[in-house]
Design a protein around this ligand. Structure first.
Ligand code: ADP
Ligand code: MG
Length: 255
């Protein structure tokens, strides 16, 4: 059944590294405009799940449907194979922000936001610069376009990285502990940028340990435990009335 507003559907997603099965059958449906916060202990498979969604890792089993298109083709044994073309095409439509900002150090903030627009999307440099200016303004860095990353704070660098991802006009944004590498006093400005994005209706999957963000911004919170979704629901239900013992333990470790 096709749900009109569904942007992503994941069914029975599995991922192994050698004999280590990290994702053990994850089912997930995300509608346009949702902000889903993914919680879980270190090693539970959060990064692997995000990376499978945009094919930075190739799933070993299960099904991914993105914007109504079922990805991959099954062989006679039921294994799913993804073509390079569809992986590249899907990756282009999904933005990702990492813990490490990975800006190009030899390029200004502006150039960092412009580059992939030109090389990947084929925009003219003038169009790309116009879009970059709008986005740098949006993340509160209108005055920093000419600065090199080394001259920017971590929070500013991460906001440039967000602008760079947005410049590709993604249909879905993935954030993997985007504030975990920041000094505490810089976390708020990045969370604020992410919150504004969520409130504008961007569809987002956010891995974070910032429970305040999860409580106030998430439309849904998912708790991943040992490669499986153990519990999910409204922020209130998951954060304040956790049912699973392992989730209660996790919450107790975060207050
Ligand atoms: P989380 O983000 O929740 O901390 P990860 O998805 O990074 O968890 O890791 C889950 C498990 O998968 C860990 O045991 C980790 O060692 C393993 N893992 C992740 N990436 C790789 C990889 N590229 N090769 C081998 N093992 C990996
Ligand atoms: Mg991780």
């Amino acid at each position: 059944m096709k749900i009109p507003n569904e942007i992503l559907r994941v069914e029975g997603l599995r991922k192994s590294f050698g004999s280590n099965e990290v994702l053990k059958g994850v089912d997930l449906r995300i509608e346009k405009g949702e902000t889903v916060v993914l919680l879980g202990a270190s090693g539970s498979g959060k990064s692997t799940l995000l990376r499978c969604l945009n094919f930075l890792e190739i799933p070993t089993g299960g099904r991914i449907t993105f914007s109504g298109t079922i990805l991959g083709a099954s062989d006679s044994k039921g294994a799913v194979h993804y073509s390079e073309r569809e992986m590249v095409a899907t990756r282009k439509r999904i933005g990702m922000v990492f813990q490490q900002f990975n800006l190009f150090p030899h390029m200004t903030a502006m150039q960092n936001v412009v580059e992939a627009q030109v090389t990947v999307l084929g925009r003219t440099r003038a169009d790309a610069e116009k879009r970059a200016r709008t986005l740098l303004d949006k993340v509160g860095l209108a005055a920093k376009g000419d600065s090199y990353p080394a001259r920017l704070s971590g929070g500013q660098q991460q906001r440039v990285a967000i602008a760079r991802a947005l410049a590709m006009d993604p249909e879905l944004m993935l954030f993997d502990e985007a504030t975990s590498a920041l000094d505490p006093e810089l976390v708020g400005e990045v969370l604020q940028t992410m919150r504004a994005l969520a409130e504008e209706g961007m569809t987002m999957v956010v891995v974070t340990h910032e429970l305040g963000f999860a409580y106030h911004v998430a439309s849904r919170v998912i708790f991943l435990d040992q490669g499986r979704i153990l519990e999910q629901g409204s922020p209130h239900a998951v954060l304040l009335q956790p049912k699973a013992a392992r989730l209660r333990d996790f919450m107790a470790g975060h207050v």
